[in-house]
Structure formats: C-alpha cells, structure tokens
Design a protein. Sequence first.
Length: 347
Amino acid sequence: MIKVASLNHWFILQYIRFTLYGAILLFTVLQLYIFLSEEPVLDTAASLVVVAVTAIIFLMMSLYTGIRSGTIMRQRLDEMNAFVARLSSGKTGEVLHIKDADDLSVLERSLNELSVNMSEQARSLQRISSERLTLEKQAQQAAVIEERQRLARDLHDSVSQQLFAMTMMSSASVRMLDTDHSQAKQLIHQAAEIAEKAQGEMRALLLHLRPVDLKGESLSTGLEKLANELEQKTPITFSMNLQHMNKIPESSDEHLFRVVQEAVSNILRHANATVITIRSELKGTFFQLFIGDNGTGFDVNEKKWTSYGLQTMKERCEEIGGQFELRSKEGEGTYITIRIAVTEGGE
C-alpha cells in the first residue's frame, strides 16, 4: 500500500526545510562577518545590519519557496483539469504521471482509474452495439424469411388452388361445349367467379406488399382514397363515416392508416365480405376507429389468427398508446375497434 502524505504534512516539510536553510544561511553570514570584520564584536549597528540582511534573505527565500510551491501545485492542477477535459471529450485510456505521494496524488490516481474504467466501458458499449446490430440484422432476415413463407402459403392456399380450379373448369367446359352447352356455360361462369376471387386475392396481397403512403395527406383523405380505389377494382362496397379525425395527433395518422390497410387486406383475402364499414367517433375522452365487415368471420380463440396480421395491427396501436379490440364469430363477420385517448389540446 502506498503511503500518502497530506498537504499539511507537505507544508510542514517545506517549512522545516526553509528553517534549516535559513539557519545555515544565518550561520554563514555570522561566520563571514566574524572572519572579515576587524572587530569581531557586534555592536548595536552591526547587529541591526545582520538582522536586516538575514530578514531580507529569509523574505526572499520565503517568496521563492512560496512561488515555487504554488507553481508546482498550479501545474499539477492544470494537468488534472486538462486531463478531465480530455476525458469529457471521449479521449479515454490516458493516465496522469504521479510524481509525489500527497493528497493530490490520491486524486490523480482516482482520475487514472476513472480513465481506465471509461475506456473499458467504451469498449463494452462498442461490443454491445455491434452485437445489437448483428441481432437486428438477423431479426430482419428472419422476419423477411417468415414473411416470404407466409406469402408462399397464402399463394398456395388461395390463388394457386383457384388457378388450378379454373384450369380444370376451363378444360371441362371445352370438352362439354359441343355435347352439353348449358353445362359448359355453367362451368365457364364458375371459372369467371373463381377468377374474380383470385384477382381479389392478388390485389389484397399487393396491398399488403406495397402499402400506400399518406404522402402528407390527412388520415381521412387517405382512407377515402383507399376506399374509392378498392371499390373500382374489387366488388367490395365501403361504408364510410369519418368524424372527429382532427382529435388525434398527426403522428398517429400513419400508424392508423397502416392498421386499416392491414385490416382491409385481411378482409379481401379471408372474409368473403361484400361490405366493409369504416367509421370514427368520439366517446368521452377517447377517439374510436371502427373497422367491420359482413364476411364469414372466424374463431378468435384459434392461434392461427395471429398469422393474419392482427398481431401486427395490435402492436401498431400500442405504439401510439392506443387500445386494440377484436371481435369475430364464424358467420357473423369481424369487427375491430381502436381507442386512443384524446388530450385536452386536441381539436
């Protein structure tokens, strides 16, 4: 263990050293006076001269010692101040040169330990950041693979089977065209219906893969444009009643628009609905957005519902501090309600 002297002890040592030097100097002056004086007897005037000279010498030595000690202290403090400034700017790993074992050396040693610790923490943070980026890339790759697999399953379960059925019906209608004209006509009508469903499935998948942005427009304008576009391209009818849309912050518009897109995509692909209802209202201190359909519905207790993107919609609602509620029953359609607390400053 290093023995550390206090500043008081340091000043006492300086005082003893200064006293010793002064005594030696006084003895030297007296000896010189005795040897050089013709009358080695000190009279009053000579005594005053010796005392004055000695006092002047003591004063000069005191000034020198004080200035030198203060300069050393200031240099060490300036070095520590510059060292702290380098640490605050991120230049870790440096150390102070410890010269003396006093109170300041304790502070210097503590600063050196702080520098080493900060350097180790910086390396740890860099390692953690690198690992986090690696994990994020792996998570993104896993999400992409999972999404591709989900889309492949959807294409196989819906569009692929519908195209296969269309092929079989078309081939059968060609063979029956001359022998049973009415049956061939019925098969052609069925093939047309299947083609229409397959087209709706593809539009829903494209809506999921290439979602439309608001592009600076309001949420109500974006929803109305989405409904008009889908009404022109699909047999779906939209019932829109958007009220109090300005009660929610603009930062929530994009999230809610994505939720509606995902919900509409799910309806087009799975619900076999003819009408989609989208309405908003204000109930107390909550803004409510309702999305419903008159489709087949499903059992919400089945785990497969998470694969339909409903979990993603729920997470988006939670990101903006909203509440997500899903109600569905087989044969009675699906209904989604989103609630967002309205602040007093909302208009």
